[in-house]
Design a protein around this ligand. Structure first.
Ligand code: UDP
Length: 245
């Protein structure tokens, strides 16, 4: 079945906010469950899946810094928030009989494995979903950059960015009527037009390692499965040439 897949080994980046549903913060079990269902369906297709989950539903370093905390300390709290989300997703996946391993960039040996690249690769080969927690392990970075870094290290065929909408728009389609959607973009378009897809260091890493970024909606049932088959609605960002103005 894996033969039907256009992108067999993928890394899915989910923002922390996707897990909070309509709550103000924290986790909404229904939303965690919905996303776990989507991941389980793709796992059943034979894809090798790794995940990076943000922490914005719990704590964001910049907000802590804005409130007067030292930025690096605030960022460590943010990284710990991603571990909470990763453990919640691990639990939801295992309820669905999907074998998983959490690997953290900050060692926490009684809770999860440390990040070890070769070991993570082996888990993927054995069909386990690997959840990369604690971002890059460094302050002043984001989980977008962690996603591009781990996708590069794992030799992923694509980096999937789960959002609330079906691709990249020139303005927020929930706020701006008539915002236009792109089917395809070059990495350079995203940087030059300052499109808010992922941060610039994530885009630069993906570009350097020639990993296409696929932006799609995680809230459309079956959306993740369609994207790994190269079907459905998503924006692809790669290095195949700039759009003309
Ligand atoms: N963070 C960090 N280094 C990393 C990844 C994350 O310091 O490599 C911290 C940073 O404070 C960030 C927080 O963890 O604000 C949560 O991650 P992020 O904001 O990327 O989550 P998302 O917006 O995807 O929910």
């Amino acid at each position: 079945m894996a033969a039907d897949l256009k992108y067999r080994r993928v890394l899915l980046k989910i923002s922390g906010e996707a897990l909070m549903g309509s709550r103000e913060g924290g986790l909404d079990p229904d939303f965690v469950a919905r996303i776990a269902d989507e991941i389980g369906a793709v796992h059943a297709l034979g894809a090798e899946i790794s995940l990076v989950i943000g922490g914005g539903n719990i704590f964001r370093g910049v907000s802590g810094a804005a409130a007067g905390m030292e930025r690096a300390s605030a960022d460590y709290i943010g990284m710990l928030a991603t571990v909470i989300n990763s453990l919640a997703m691990q639990n939801a996946l295992e309820e669905r009989q999907v074998a998983t391993r959490v690997q953290s960039a900050i060692t926490m040996q009684s809770v999860c494995e440390p990040y070890i690249r070769r070991r993570a690769l082996r888990h993927l080969e054995k069909g386990r979903v690997v959840i990369f927690a604690a971002g890059t392990g460094n302050p002043f970075f984001t989980t977008d950059t962690a996603a591009a870094l781990r996708a590069s290290e794992m030799g992923c065929h694509a980096l999937l960015k789960a959002t609330k909408v079906d691709g990249v728009y020139d303005a927020d389609p929930h706020r701006v009527a008539g915002a236009s959607r792109f089917d395809r973009l070059d990495y350079r378009d995203v940087l030059a037009r300052d499109l808010q897809v992922m941060d610039a260091s994530a885009i630069a890493l993906a570009r350097e390692n020639d990993i296409p970024i696929l932006v799609f909606s995680i809230f459309e049932a079956g959306g993740f499965a369609r994207v790994v088959r190269g079907e459905g609605r998503y924006t692809i960002i790669d290095g195949k040439g700039l759009l003309r103005e």
